[in-house]
Design a protein around this ligand. Structure first.
Ligand code: PMP
Length: 390
C-alpha cells in the first residue's frame, strides 16, 4: 500500500463522557435524543423515514407557528438554511436589504453576493435593537426584493423584536427572511402572525438535536416566488422545487423523488427533539428559558458584569454576551472553565471578537442548576484570568 492504515484510527474512540455545552451552540442533547441516535440507519425512501419526515414537518409547523405547506429541513447546519433561503427566493440581479447587526448579516451578504444578488445594508448600532421607523426608511430607500433580519444575533446577544417588520417589507413588495438559529423554541416566535416569509433555525441550539438538519419554512408568497422563478434555483442541493417534493410538501399524490440521501440518524434526533418540545409545550419552554435567564442575568449583574446589550428586554434568553472585565483576556477564562468545570464558554465572534465572553443556556441546559454552575465556573475562571494578568 502506498498509504498505510493510520495508527490513530487503530486506537478506540475517545470522548469526554460529560461536557456541558454552555457556549453559543451547539447545546447538549437530552438522553432521549441520544438514545434515538443509536438506532440502526434506514434508507432515505423507506416508509419509516418518510413517516418520521412527516412528523418532523408537523413539529416544525408547531415550532415556527405556521401553516406553511413548504416547511421541511435541509441536510446541513444553520448556514445551509441561510443559503437555501437566499438562493431560492432571489435571482441573480435582484436586490436584498440586509440589516447589519453582527456576524450573520456579514455571512448572508457574502452568500448573496456570490449569487450575483445586489446587497444593500441597513446599518445598526451593535447590540441595540432597531425600530420600525428606521427600518421603513431603509426599505423605502432600496425597495428590496427581500430583507434579511436576524432574530437572535448570537454574536452580540441581541434579540431583535420582529412585530411589524413583515407588513413594512410587504408594503414595498418584498419578502422577509428571518434567521432564528439561536432562538427558536426558547423565544416567542410567530411566523404567520408576524408576516415572515422565510424562516430557518438550527437543530442544535434550543431544539436540542444534533447539528446537520436545519428546519426551514416558506410562506405561500415565498413559495409562489420560487415556483415562478425565471431561472432555476442556482444550487441543486438547496432547490426547494426538489426538496419540497422529497418532503411531500406540495401535492400529496405526487410520488416523492430521490433528491439526496437524508441522514436517518439526524431524522431520528430531530424527531425526538421536536417530540420533547411538543410534550413540554412551546409556552412552557419559552417560560423556562425566560426564568432561567432572569436568574442568570441577576447573578451576573450582582457580580458587576456588564452586558454587551444594554437594554434588558433586548437580551436573548439563549446566548448572553458579557463584556470582558478590564485587562482580562477571553482565552484563560475559556481554558479554565473547560479544564476545571468541564464547561464550554466562548469568546466573541466577528464584531465582538476580543470584547466579550458568550455563554449559552438553552434546550436541556436551560435549568436553574446550570445557571448556578455557570456562575460559579465564571467567577473562578475570571479570578484565575485576573491572576494571569498580574
Ligand atoms: N445564525 C445564527 C444566529 C447562529 O447563531 C448560527 C450558529 N452559531 C448560525 C446562523 C450558523 O449556524 P451553523 O453553525 O449551524 O451553520
Amino acid at each position: 500500500m502506498q498509504v498505510e492504515p493510520p495508527k490513530e484510527l487503530l486506537k478506540p474512540l475517545q470522548l469526554p463522557q460529560q461536557r456541558l455545552l454552555t457556549g453559543p451552540g451547539p447545546s447538549n442533547c437530552s438522553q432521549r435524543v441520544l438514545r434515538s441516535l443509536q438506532n440502526q440507519v434506514l434508507g432515505h425512501n423507506q416508509p419509516e423515514i418518510l413517516q418520521l419526515m412527516d412528523e418532523i414537518k408537523a413539529g416544525l409547523r408547531y415550532a415556527f407557528q405556521t401553516d406553511n405547506k413548504l416547511t421541511l429541513a435541509v441536510s446541513a447546519s444553520g448556514h445551509g438554511g441561510m443559503q437555501a433561503a437566499i438562493c431560492n427566493i432571489l435571482e441573480c440581479g435582484e436586490n436584498i436589504l440586509i440589516v447589519k447587526a453582527g456576524i450573520w448579516a456579514e455571512r448572508a451578504a457574502d452568500m448573496a453576493e456570490r449569487l450575483g444578488i445586489h446587497v444593500d445594508f441597513m446599518e445598526t448600532e451593535l447590540g441595540v435593537a432597531f425600530g420600525l421607523r428606521e427600518f421603513e426608511e431603509a426599505v423605502n430607500k432600496y425597495w428590496p426584493k427581500a430583507v434579511f433580519v436576524t432574530h437572535s444575533e448570537s454574536s452580540t446577544g441581541l434579540k431583535q423584536p420582529l412585530e411589524g417588520l413583515g407588513d413594512i417589507v410587504h408594503k414595498y413588495g418584498g419578502l422577509l427572511i428571518v434567521d432564528t438559529v439561536a432562538s427558536l423554541g426558547a423565544e416567542p416566535f410567530f411566523a404567520d402572525a408576524w408576516g415572515i416569509d422565510v424562516v430557518y433555525t438550527g437543530s442544535q441550539k434550543a431544539l436540542g438535536a444534533p447539528a446537520g438538519i436545519t428546519p426551514i419554512s416558506f410562506s405561500p408568497a415565498a413559495e409562489k416566488k420560487i415556483l415562478t422563478r425565471k431561472s432555476p434555483v442556482p444550487v441543486f442541493y438547496w432547490d426547494m422545487t426538489w426538496l419540497g417534493r422529497y418532503w411531500n410538501c406540495f401535492d400529496p399524490q405526487t410520488p416523492r423523488p430521490y433528491h439526496h440521501t437524508i441522514s436517518a440518524t439526524l431524522v431520528y434526533g430531530l424527531r425526538e427533539a421536536l417530540a420533547q418540545l411538543a410534550e413540554e409545550g412551546l409556552a412552557a419552554s419559552w417560560a423556562r428559558h425566560a426564568n432561567v435567564t432572569q436568574k442568570f442575568h441577576e447573578g451576573l449583574a450582582r457580580r458587576g458584569y456588564q452586558f454587551f446589550v444594554k437594554q434588558p428586554q433586548h437580551r436573548l434568553k439563549t446566548v448572553t454576551a458579557i463584556m470582558l472585565p478590564n485587562g482580562v483576556e477571553a482565552q484563560p477564562i475559556i481554558r479554565y472553565a473547560m479544564d476545571r468545570y468541564n464547561l464550554e464558554f466562548s469568546g466573541g465572534l466577528g464584531p465582538t471578537a476580543g470584547k466579550v465572553i458568550r455563554i449559552g443556556l438553552m434546550g436541556v441546559n436551560a435549568t436553574s442548576g446550570h445557571a448556578d454552575l455557570v456562575l460559579r465556573g465564571l467567577d473562578d475562571a475570571v479570578k484565575y484570568a485576573k491572576s494571569c494578568q498580574l
